[in-house]
Design a binder for this molecule. Structure first.
Ligand code: HEM
Length: 376
């Protein structure tokens, strides 16, 4: 026999301080609604934003790609951390064990490494699309600045992760990074000591890199990503002048719903990524070079490819100038929307920003290729 609903359960329920919700139709629905009084209408409104038509093409949706790869990093990273030992006397051996003994260990390591490389490439491509389409302009300056924070965190993830392997090149790469940090005026000595846990790379360093890599950076990334998503949700994704005939059309024709249409595009990108990552991890599994030896400096120290340009710049200009100029370039990138606004106030039709961006990309590519091909 069906039990009659408790009259109290038919009373409208309201989220704390919010408007009363219409009671759910089923008993189970009402049971859940009492315990989780979510305003589904509001949730639908905030999660189902209209997105401009150009997002039907994958190359405009490059922002979702690093977000997906970050989830791959988190999942594979948690599994790897079950076996990794952040101690100089055991780190290398634990990675060897993951690669040779742990079931699927090499596959997980390869996924983690390949996904980190793809994530860095995707962040750079997404940043280039935002830059060259001027999508950072008013009122999206803050989201650009959060984006620069995301770029910094992504690169720091790569640096700390590579250093954890404790092979010769990662050890000596970390040594050079420590020297670069030390060359920062006024605070460099303290920063380098904080990073290394001493005057040199030593027993404390790996623990610090590990805590950064699995605790501090993921928390920072999650917080910054939350802010990034909130802001582009509140402003909407930029609609462009090349869509000008459409921009005069009513909103429903200029845009399409986030759910399910845009989610479907993202799902297809996600499946493509999963396929590419699996192929890369299986066909090109990550290797393990010789163990770090603090007493033997390798003939050619090379970092990961995304830091090639800094190494070449360092070789060309010297330690102090390299540190100051890279810091200055980082600062310019951070405040770029305001510099661009100042340029456009004086010369509204100016394409100077695009030219500056093109030169910056060219210089980065040349420095990267130069370092990649150089033998010293
Ligand atoms: C982990 C890194 C990042 C993730 C996951 C991410 C994610 C996203 C997503 C999903 C969008 C929506 C539109 C799109 O897909 O293109 C977006 C928009 C945006 N992102 Fe990012 N982003 C990241 C890094 C960056 C960086 C490095 C910058 C620039 C420095 C940046 C600046 C922006 C701006 C200004 C928008 C608004 C674009 C518009 O309105 O058309 N983001 N981001």
């Amino acid at each position: 026999m069906r039990r009659a609903p408790d009259p109290a359960d038919l009373e409208p329920v309201a989220p704390y301080g919010g408007r009363p919700l219409p009671p759910a139709r089923t008993r189970w629905g009402r049971w859940i609604q009492r315990r989780v009084p979510l305003d589904l209408e509001a949730l639908r409104y905030y999660s189902n934003e209209p997105v401009p038509n150009h997002l039907k093409h994958w190359w405009w949706c490059l922002g979702g790609t690093p977000a997906m790869l970050f989830t791959v990093q988190a999942a594979t990273g948690i599994l790897l951390s079950f076996y990794y030992v952040p101690d100089p006397s055991q780190a290398y051996e634990s990675i060897k064990r993951i690669s040779d003994v742990v079931p699927f260990g090499l596959f997980l390591r390869s996924l983690h490494r390949w996904s980190s490389n793809l994530m860095i490439a995707a962040v750079v491509l997404h940043m280039m699309r935002v830059f060259f389409t001027g999508a950072y302009r008013k009122p999206r300056e803050l989201n650009w600045m959060i984006g620069i924070g995301l770029l910094g965190v992504t690169l720091f993830f790569g640096f700390t992760g590579y250093s954890l392997v404790y092979e010769q090149l990662s050890y000596w790469g970390a040594t050079v990074a420590g020297n670069l940090t030390q060359a920062v005026p006024f605070v460099g000595t303290y920063l380098a000591r904080l990073l290394r846990g001493g005057e040199m790379i030593g027993d404390n360093t790996l623990t610090r890199f590990f805590i950064l890599h699995i605790g501090i950076l993921p928390a920072l990334m999650t917080g910054l990503l939350g802010g990034h998503i909130l802001l582009f949700r509140l402003h909407g994704v930029t609609e462009f002048e090349f869509e000008s005939p459409r921009l005069r059309a009513p909103a429903e024709q200029r845009t399409f719903p986030f759910f399910p249409d845009h989610m479907l595009t993202e799902l297809i990108i996600g499946l493509g990524l999963a396929f590419v990552l699996t192929c890369l991890a299986v066909i090109f599994p990550v290797g393990l070079a010789e163990k770090a030896d603090p007493l033997v400096t390798p003939a050619h120290i090379k970092p990961e490819w995304y830091f090639f340009w800094t190494f070449r710049w360092l070789k060309l200009t010297g330690l102090t100038f390299a540190v100051l100029s890279i810091g200055f370039i980082g600062f310019l990138a951070f405040v770029w929307p305001f510099i661009d606004a100042a340029i456009r106030r004086r010369r509204p039709a100016s394409e100077l920003s695009v030219r500056i961006g093109a030169v910056a990309v060219l210089v980065l590519v040349v420095l990267t290729l130069w370092e990649a091909l150089a033998t010293h």
